[in-house]
Design a protein around this ligand. Sequence first.
Ligand code: CP
Ligand code: NVA
Length: 302
Amino acid sequence: MKHFLKISDLSSEEVLSLINLGIKLKEGQKKGKSQTQMLNGKVLGMIFSKSSTRTRVSFEVGMTQLGGTSIFLNQNDIQLNRGESIADTARVLSRYLDIIMIRTFKQSDVEELAKNATIPVINGLTDYCHPTQALADLMTVKENFNDFKNVKICYCGDGNNVANSLIVASLKCGCKISLACPKGYYPNAEVLEWAKQNGGVEIFNDPKEAVKGAQVVYTDVWASMGQEAESEARKKIFMDYQVNESLMALADKNAIVLHCLPAHKEEEISHETFEKHQKVIFDQSENRMHMHKAIMVELLDA
Ligand code: CP
Ligand code: NVA
């Protein structure tokens, strides 16, 4: 693995092995074992063109736990914002850093950065996908069910970046996946085509149909970063897609709820359902850090 740009670049074996490494690193950290020799002295640069709480903090803390350091680069503060090309930025940063994480809008910008960098590049979210999130999500599924076989994941809401990565990661792990999305808000067409060839995904317009028998019910915001102007219109379109107790009654009786966070309570998820499942949701958040550590260790071949 040279870069970490999207889940479909990885084989099933690579996905499963990263999840196992994430679990192993988590266990080691909980036991208080020092991990500072793993990436001792390595430097991570983190370019952000969008807001972040979890991704930023978990990458930074994760790198510190592995013995390295990190530098936060707000896109507004670097010359990229004044027209320096992505290719030149990649070539310069490759001379200073050991690894780059980038969160931005266009997937093609992340691909361009990776093409021109001589160090590994990690996609920390684009409009197209959120691959580090999906691996932490599947790690959380494994923690709760021990295995992926016979697990059905139902994603309810906007067919966005989180949904695109979740579909691919779920199928790579051997889970079944269904989605409930309004017409016009389906996941990316290429992702759906990929899914068709790789195990299949069921898409419903009715959440009650999609959620039947699901062991995992997943949701995300209805308006992603960059779509703020559509927020009010989307609230009306997605109104019937809220994950709440009446929807959960149709899922498996031991179903867990996942949310990548941040959550908009009483929109995509009811307050009650969120609080009922908060333990697993915050485990999922914590797992971002363990998974980021696994991805960095794997990319830096430590
Ligand atoms: N889930 C996630 O990526 O959170 P942040 O936007 O806070 O990084
Ligand atoms: N779909 C959301 C995910 C945030 C982590 C967004 O892109 O804003």
